[in-house]
Design a protein around this ligand. Sequence first.
Ligand SMILES: [Zn+2]
Ligand SMILES: [Zn+2]
Length: 251
Amino acid sequence: MKAVGYILLLILLSCGKQSLKKSSTTKQNVSALYQAQEIRVKVYYEVGAEPYISDNPLLEYWTILEQNLKALFAGRKIEPQIRVPKSLQEMSLIPASGDVSWSIDDVLKLSNKTATSSSATTFEIYFLNGHAAENPGIIGFHIDRTKIIAIFKDVVRSTGTLDPLQLVPKYVEQSTLVHEMGHALGLVNNGVPMQVNHQDKVHGSHCTNYKCVMYWSNEGTSNLMQFAQEAASNGTIIMFDDKCLKDARSF
Ligand SMILES: [Zn+2]
Ligand SMILES: [Zn+2]
């Protein structure tokens, strides 16, 4: 896993934190999530937009999201059970809606008619055909003050056009999931207070550290390649930096 996994973690990680008519002073209330015994991720995918699943059981892509979520809660008084599906059998196929340009309202409507469980600690991730209406270049977004995330599969796939092994889009998909779940869980300074200042205010709820998955960037820069090399040499798949981890662990 190491050798291939770290070649590229963050290329084209594109942020999509979308505001939902909020005043800039109102932060998310994520307290319940940090007191929960269980955090569950439910995945719904349109026909044609299915998530990447490895056919090698020793190299399951979705463990990347799982491990990063576990890392946020490590050492807390309550370390919740993290339930992340790893196979398509554990995810839900939904009919293709025909929508290829998704507004926040479109995603909310889809959630209203689709979600089968609405527990306070269940996240819904939608894999959709097409792209975000407001910004067609972003890979995904979290809808502020909800537990709803959209991932745009056509944009994920587009990151693999120069990659014969097709590894890039797999890691782009997972790193985008980690990034958006970070927002949904209150990072950076969006419900979880900072222990030290590391918010890139110009870009909203993002981390100032370019080596952190919560950094705002939408280009595959040399900085990001450097990140990947460092991750390879120290053998970690945890994409949050210490400041983001500390915020969550101290909350
Ligand atoms: Zn973001
Ligand atoms: Zn960070």
